[in-house]
Design a protein around this ligand. Sequence first.
Ligand SMILES: [Zn+2]
Length: 301
Amino acid sequence: MAGHVRTKTGSRLGTGPGNTCGILTVSGGTIGRVSTYRESAVVLRVTKLGEADRIVTMLTRRSGRVRAVAKGVRRTKSKFGGRLEPFSHVDLQLYAGRNLDIVIQAESLDAFGSVIAADYSKYTVATAIAETAERLTSEEREPSLRLYLLLVGALRALADTGRDPSLVLDSFLLRAMALAGWAPALTECARCNRPGPHAAFHVAAGGLLCQDCRSIGSARPAIPTVELMAALAHGDWNTADAAGGSSRREASGLVAALLQYHLERGLRSLPMVDRTQPEPGPALIVELADQIPVTDIGVVR
Ligand SMILES: [Zn+2]
């Protein structure tokens, strides 16, 4: 009976990768077929459920965004320990429930959850990254492998490198927007494709605009700012790491404005991000991006 095992309640139902089916037996009696599956996942968010349980929202490698119940996780003697905290990268065994799945087992794949939680800048950035990942997966169980890989890469860069967390965030946001089909035009004109560089940047138009296409309400970011955004979008870290503080802050403002334009409502966590690491630069666009509706963004300077 390939693919089927008999098991007692609470015992591990499957050990291999992929999906397994089992027939759940209690005191020797079969109560029905159950199916378990194994997944790699990053925990995006946890919410309380009852006295001791939690609902864990995660982005999985194969199954997209999944919500599952972790029983007893808030007890001090939880078998999961601290492995199901936000930003944990885990290998899970799950039981496919009727409504929500149930976490049977959790093994840590990377320890970056605890590293990130110990650093305020990294924590606020990771929170914005996780919220973005959740918002960009509007449908549960819609496979999002590329977003999953991008998410793991961003959290690993936050935890394991000395890279400016703010740059890691903006790189993640630009690349996540590209996966969603919202890549801004950073070298050519967003309207006519004329090769740049161009001086005008218009959020609603989707990036740079040439002299002929530019419209009222365009921003005029410094050339190094746009170069930084292009480097972040393509993972060119040699260029990104060399960027000055004012370019970083201006790029952050434009990236936030682009994201806010595409999402129905802005990210709750983005204004909380600690951007203090680079030297302070012009705050104009950052303020606009955080506080003013996007239709008003874009000041000709
Ligand atoms: Zn044009």
